[in-house]
Design a protein around this ligand. Sequence first.
Ligand SMILES: [Zn+2]
Length: 200
Amino acid sequence: MFSQESGAVVELVDQLGRLPGIGRKSAERLAYHLLRVPKSEALALAASITNVRENVRYCETCFNLSEGPACEICRNPNRDKSRLCIVEQPRDLMSLEQAGVYQGLYHVLLGRIAPLDGIGPDQLTIDPLIDRVRTGNFNEVIMATNPTLEGDGTSLFISNLLSEYPVEVTRLARGITSGSILEYANKEILADALTGRQKL
Ligand SMILES: [Zn+2]
């Protein structure tokens, strides 16, 4: 599509093509699009990518996305500090927040135990999680990993570690079909799953 001499464009297509779900054809289409839109629009996209990478990091406590050492949820004095909800990814936390029925705190694992992909417990934020439970005042830990084989395995691994602490471990009710992903579940289903959570 592009002539060989436009090295900058080839580079852009290359970069775009590395994004998940973007094949070569889509990458070319996006690059073309960026060349066609007003310059300000393309530069705004570049600026927001820079901004996100320069300023957004993980919360030092819960590993949610944050623009400072502590995320908005950890900083909010009105959150219920007796409940801790464990999710795989920041986007799962966002889905649960949008359901709007949970007022407690979160802990983001930044993944799930996946032996086939070579991901073990050490690569997740499990150590800081155990520290939080040991030193915090939580009454309940809610396992909200995805209802997949790996999500369930991760949940089981963590609940075993937590069994020596005086917290009740619950998990989301299976209103969500087994195997479906939290991120895509609608608000009502997530709200039901949270309200109907059961002892693990
Ligand atoms: Zn936080």
